[in-house]
Design a protein around this ligand. Structure first.
Ligand code: ATP
Ligand code: MG
Length: 271
């Protein structure tokens, strides 16, 4: 039986879909049969990210409503045959997805895949709650290193606990080593400590992420820092240990410190 990973965040636009697609490609290239479920109903984007937009015929809601069979809706990139995508419905509302039907789809996907990644919608409302069931084996919360995102992530961590899901692991995205060294941005481990969750990975701010999006590619198609970070996370997901790069944890040299603007401690806001 495959492992179901749920990727959520609370705040929108923090990188869930970017991370889901890159991890899907990374795991599939490691030989893991992987399926990405785009569960952001009404805001479909995984097909565009993976360059599969013109291949979509059926979607998650069609399968749930039994308008087609699951294999008819699954599409794969030609160069990553181990990866499949179950696209989200473009024009439906979240309530169109029946909970029991979603559970049934997950069960089928677990039978035929090693890894199933659910790319969740932002927020903590019905659209997310409806995806939470006992078939979810692992949960990941994506957070950027700022108080707004941390506050929203706290709500998701609490919701997961309320729904008896496994304690989430954390991916901190868009880290900037210079800002961390200048004392203006939290380190990934500070975010993990604040949320009281285990750190699964840290990803730097990397202009290649957006450049690959423009070309309907993922960062796994190019050599860049974000690619390496995703690869490390994928390795950890399958139980292989890797070092943490600890962006910004290395102290700058003497002259850099001498001429740097005065360091200011980043304090957590009272939420
Ligand atoms: N590490 C990164 N460096 C630079 N840009 C990034 C990084 N991660 C994500 N982005 C950019 O941030 C934007 C939002 O990413 P993405 O769509 O993956 O977020 P999301 O959490 O799925 O959003 P939503 O909540 O709307 O589903 C995209 O333009 C993406 O290219
Ligand atoms: Mg998304």
């Amino acid at each position: 039986m495959g492992t179901v990973w749920m990727i959520a965040s609370g705040k929108g636009g923090v990188g869930k879909s970017t991370i889901a697609s890159a991890l899907g490609v990374a795991l599939a290239k490691r030989g893991q049969k992987t399926c990405i479920v785009d569960a952001d109903i009404g805001l479909r984007d995984q097909d565009a990210i993976l360059g599969l937009a013109d291949r979509v015929v059926y979607d998650l809601v069609d399968v749930a409503n039994k308008d087609c069979r699951l294999p008819q809706a699954l599409i794969s990139p030609a160069d990553v045959p181990n990866l499949s995508l179950l696209p989200a419905a473009q024009f439906a509302r979240a309530k169109a997805l029946d909970r029991k039907a979603f559970r049934r789809i997950l069960l089928l996907l677990k039978e035929t895949n090693d890894q199933i990644i659910i790319d969740c919608p932002a927020g903590i409302e019905r659209s997310l709650r409806g995806l939470m069931n006992e078939l979810v084996d692992k949960t990941i919360v994506v957070c950027t290193p700022d108080d707004v995102c941390i506050r929203n992530a706290e709500r998701v961590v609490a919701l997961m606990q309320e729904k008896s899901l496994p304690r989430p692991q954390l991916i901190v995205n868009r880290l900037d080593a210079q800002l961390i060294q200048a004392g203006e941005m939290y380190t990934a481990s500070t975010v993990a400590q604040t949320l009281d969750v285990e750190l699964l990975g840290e990803i730097p701010e990397d202009p290649m992420v957006y450049r690959t999006l423009l070309k309907h590619m993922t960062v796994m198609d190019v050599a860049c820092e974000a690619h390496e970070a995703m690869e490390r996370i994928a390795r950890r997901m399958v139980g292989l240990s890797t070092d943490f790069p600890s962006y910004g944890a290395v102290k700058p040299g003497f002259f850099r410190r001498l001429f740097a603007p005065k360091l200011k401690e980043v304090k957590r806001l009272d939420c």
